[in-house]
Design a protein around this ligand. Structure first.
Ligand code: GDP
Ligand code: MG
Length: 458
């Protein structure tokens, strides 16, 4: 019902990896080359995403002479690279992100956030490819701008090729140590067992055609079912943002279905479900008009997959990383309100019932969930007594200070993951003796806290 193999939606792709591996640059490179080619392909800039229509991808991959038919309408690449967008694109623990690019710097190999990304991808069971980026930094590399990687490698001297081989095999060993088999994509005969590696340069563009081609081929091959267009709305809140003149807005990714102006929607909020009406569906102006800053195109309706900004009343306490629901004519509002709060409930259920443990705070429900998953794992086992989303305020410090009365000094601690701490909260924490650890890498929070624990115990 409402599904057909001829009506596939565009796959949604996220980019993850350690800082400075070239995630932003890679996205720029995919985008800019297209823009330079003029009007061709009609790439559209969306809220938090870029849409690459298939005509465009076909044009850019023509040198590869792909035999496989390209049947998806295009590719929606999520713009905010990193953990945040990936962990936010979720539905009840599994990922809405159909495929991911894990970027590794060929000169650095696996780094802490690479491993964290690998664990995220594993836990969400998201298929991914590795972009082995910065090949142009191999000593003596001769650029062949925008060329397929095999053609580019043919141009290189023996020394370059042998350094490439050496680094590649080192990185394959490191991946193996993380429990992952990998192979250069054009040697990979077992897509389900081996992770494909695509060497790229985000500066000179080698390997970019291969990357685009593989993303499309893999999604078509591995997940046709998941990509069949459905009329039921599937929509995730990526960010909650205050915009001048618009008030609090939510940036969403519409994965399936259609949204209309005037739809009644339900969103998960910090203080319970938010029931409201879509006032406006907005997207940025097309490329040419991008200079018209701060203005958006209004739409009566939008069909998946799209990145959309929604304005509506009462969105102040909406939580990024949760699902958005549309109330249909046959729906019971109460059922949908309950459904909308399920995400929050499943995360709340991870809080330690004994009431003894640290407080944790993160920027979105998705990143909070990732942090809780980590703290609960057998190798870590740090109990959690309280959770919150957003900046650390005085009230959060007050809550953590309860542990001091319980004679659990080491738990009078806030682990703040990728969030700010207000000056007032910092002051109060010092006054009361509450420790606040801040980091944007989960492992760093763990290291800081373990060091502190050992100190307190001595
Ligand atoms: P991100 O933190 O992963 O988003 O990394 P960026 O895209 O901001 O890139 C970090 C730095 O590496 C910047 O100075 C880029 O210019 C540089 N960079 C990114 N990709 C490449 C590449 O393929 N080759 C070279 N030589 N430099 C790159
Ligand atoms: Mg970046």
């Amino acid at each position: 019902k409402n599904r057909s193999a001829d009506d596939l939606r565009s796959p949604i792709c996220c980019i993850l990896g350690h800082v400075d591996t070239g995630k932003t640059k890679l996205l720029d490179c995919i985008r800019r080359t297209n823009v330079q080619e003029g009007e061709a392909g009609g790439i559209t800039q969306q809220i938090g995403a870029t849409y690459f229509p298939m005509d465009n991808i076909r044009e850019r991959t023509k040198e590869l002479k792909a035999d496989a038919k390209l049947r998806v309408p295009g590719l929606l690449v999520i713009d905010t690279p990193g953990h945040e967008s990936f962990t936010n694109l979720r539905a009840r623990g599994s990922s809405l992100c159909d495929i991911a690019i894990l970027v590794i710097d060929i000169m650095h190999g696996l780094e802490p956030q690479t491993i964290e990304s690998l664990n995220l991808l594993k836990s969400r069971q998201t298929p991914f490819v590795v972009a082995l980026n910065k090949v142009d930094r191999l000593y003596g590399w001769k650029p062949s701008p925008g060329a397929p990687i095999r053609a580019a490698l043919k141009q290189q001297s023996k020394d370059v090729v042998s350094e490439f081989d050496m680094r590649l095999s080192q990185i394959m060993t490191e991946l193996k140590e993380q429990g992952m088999n990998s192979e250069l994509y054009y040697r990979n005969k077992e897509l389900r067992k081996y992770i494909s590696i695509i060497p790229t340069s985000a500066i000179s563009g080698e390997g970019i055609p291969d990357l685009l081609m593989l993303l499309v081929q893999l999604t078509q091959k591995l997940m046709e079912d998941k990509l069949m267009y459905m009329s039921e709305v599937q929509c995730t809140v990526l960010e909650v943002k205050v915009v001048e003149g618009l008030g609090t807005t939510i940036d969403v990714v519409l994965v399936n279905g259609v949204l209309h102006e005037g739809d009644q929607i339900v969103v998960c909020g910090m203080q319970g479900p938010i029931v409201t009406t879509v006032r406006a569906l907005l997207t940025p102006h097309p490329m040419k008009e991008l200079r018209v800053k701060g203005t958006y195109l209004h739409h009566k309706e939008l069909k998946a997959a799209q990145g959309i900004k929604i304005t509506a009343q009462g969105l102040e306490h909406a939580i990024a990383g949760t699902q958005l629901y549309v109330v249909g004519p046959d729906d019971e509002l109460e059922d949908i309100k309950e459904e909308a709060m399920q995400d929050m409930k499943s995360v709340m259920s991870r809080v330690d019932k004994s009431g003894e443990g640290v407080c944790v705070q993160a920027s979105t429900l998705g990143s909070l969930e990732a942090l809780l998953e980590f703290l609960k794992s057998p190798a870590v086992k740090i109990p959690v007594s309280g959770i919150s989303i957003g900046p650390v305020h005085k009230k959060d410090v007050m809550r953590a200070s309860v542990m001091l009365e319980k004679k659990k000094k080491e738990y009078a601690t806030i682990l703040a993951f990728d969030v700010k701490v207000t000056p007032e909260a910092k002051e109060l924490a010092e006054e009361l003796g509450v420790k606040i650890f801040m980091a944007d890498i989960i492992y760093h929070l763990f290291d800081q806290f373990t060091a502190y624990m050992n100190n307190v115990k001595d």
